[in-house]
Ligand binder design. Structure first.
Ligand code: ATP
Ligand code: MN
Length: 461
């Protein structure tokens, strides 16, 4: 494959003839020469292309090359006269591959991130979104390499499902029924037997339940795919469609689960620092100052650990400063999560052993009868980045909990069966992939770390 600008910028200015393809970011004229900055998406920086006007403008070609145009440039790679770059292209041949009219929205001025969201199909051509998407790609690679290096099997769990994993009802229904003429049973209920799957189906909120059954065969597995939640929360950390990484380990308890989550996060953060140096420096300068140092510190320092009960004790001391004061039994919300990790611990913290009432049915119950073996990893600035638990491996206890919560055991029949045949302690967690991208890049809003964000009232493009 042809060399990309990222490599070209590091090569010697030895006057060799090269060809670059890309989009014109800026064009600047002086009396005798014209400077084009050409970017090909391989890095933040573009290649400075210098055209001698005398040689190029006879046929008006150079004037038709405008900001946003796609070009192919052949020329000699030489030492740059300018301060901003080591090498530049002394242009010999120019091809206008795709012209760009003057109503191109990405003219040189700075644009707000909100405006860029409205032109999501063009925003990868900006420095910011380009860098975010390269880091996102590298982070995905790091996720796979961490698990593959450790012998985990990548399992693809279904996106369409008939079991609601979190039991929270935040699902998007999947149906081929005619909504203008819904078939009804004798009792007047929707007749799902006439629907495509013969029963009510939805998009998955998590691949965990299916993932567990594979861990109970392959020992260590992970999923990495899209998940869907119809939550109306209009926050900077929630999407309706997001990607989740869900490892599941058999013969594993909560303590080991915590250890794996910690080393996993440290691995993917280090990987990105090492492999996306230029992009990470860009974020450090223009998005979140000091981010690289913070990440290094996170990688080098052990995460704090705290039980939910201790966390509530800390929070109660300063209850008056919260919008939602807490007491034992309350859910820990973003403001509390931030306080714990930013003020109390001043580093990532793993909070464990939550009241069973605020956690999902599948978490292993502690002997106290009140708490479960769940954990959340909280990080400064974001709050929860990972949620996980040791799973209830005991058939009777699991069934009792399903009944206690008023869930229908028939909906979980196959899941319950896994506890009958060679059940073992097992545990896992879910990392919100976009939250990880937010965390490493410092980008404030989750809508800017996924190409086409989906949230309430928004599925454009
Ligand atoms: P939160 O309390 O932040 O809404 P949750 O407790 O509902 O998260 P889990 O069910 O534990 O989330 O999901 C595991 C992980 O998936 C979370 O730690 C988070 O990183 C991510 N996540 C959950 N919901 C969303 C969402 N709507 N958009 C993006 N990421 C999400
Ligand atoms: Mn959670």
């Amino acid at each position: 494959m042809k060399e990309r600008i990222r490599q070209i910028l590091c090569s010697k200015p030895d006057g060799k003839l090269i060809e670059v393809e890309g989009w014109v970011r800026t064009k600047r004229d002086s009396k005798n020469v014209c400077f084009l900055e050409v970017n090909d998406g391989s890095c933040v920086k573009g290649l400075q292309v210098v055209a001698d006007k005398a040689c190029f403008n006879n046929d008006g070609l150079l004037s038709s090359v405008t900001t946003g145009a796609a070009v192919r440039c052949r020329g000699l790679l030489v030492e740059s006269q300018g301060q901003a770059q080591a090498v530049e292209l002394n242009l010999k041949e120019l091809e206008l591959v795709g012209p760009c009219p003057s109503d191109y929205p990405l003219q040189k001025k700075r644009h707000t991130i909100e405006f860029l969201r409205e032109i999501a199909y063009l925003r990868p051509r900006t420095n910011l979104i380009g860098a975010v998407m390269r880091v996102r790609s590298t982070l995905a690679y790091a996720v796979h390499s961490f698990f593959q290096e450790n012998g985990f099997v990548y399992v693809n769990t279904p996106l369409i499902t008939t079991s609601d994993c979190e039991g929270a009802g935040e699902t998007f229904q999947v149906t081929t029924l005619d909504l203008d003429n819904v078939p009804r049973t004798k009792e007047g209920k929707v007749d799902y037997s006439a629907d495509f799957f013969g029963k009510k189906a939805s998009l998955t909120v998590s691949g965990q339940l299916e993932g567990e059954s594979y861990a109970l065969a392959l020992k260590n597995i992970y999923t990495f795919g899209p998940t869907f939640r119809a939550e109306n929360s209009n926050t900077t950390r929630h999407l309706a469609e997001f990607w989740m990484v869900e490892p599941e380990m058999a013969f594993c308890d909560l303590e080991l689960d915590e250890e794996i989550a910690e080393s996993f996060l440290k691995y993917i953060f280090s990987y990105v620092l090492e492999h996306c140096r230029e992009d990470m420096e860009f974020f450090d300068s223009f998005v979140l100052k000091g981010n690289i140092d913070t990440l290094r510190h996170v990688i080098e320092t052990p995460f704090a650990r705290m039980t939910y009960t201790d966390a509530i004790r800390e929070l109660e001391k300063v209850n008056s400063q919260f919008e939602y004061p807490v007491h034992w039994g309350s859910d820990i919300q973003t403001e509390h999560e931030k306080y714990l990790t930013e003020v109390v611990c001043r580093r990532p913290v793993i909070v464990t052993d939550y009241p069973k009432e605020i956690k999902a049915f599948y978490m292993k119950q502690n002997e106290d009868g009140k708490t479960v073996r769940g954990m959340d990893v909280l990080v400064p600035r974001l709050g929860e980045i990972i949620g996980g638990s040791e799973r209830e491996a005991d058939y009777d206890k699991l069934l009792a909990r399903i009944n206690e919560l008023g869930l229908n055991p028939d909906d979980y029949w196959w899941y319950l069966e896994t506890r009958r045949f060679g059940s073992v302690p097992h545990a896992g967690f879910g990392l919100g992939f976009e939250r990880a991208v937010q965390y490493v890049t410092g980008v404030a809003n989750i809508r800017d770390v996924i190409p086409y964000p989906r949230y309430s009232r928004s599925a454009e493009f």
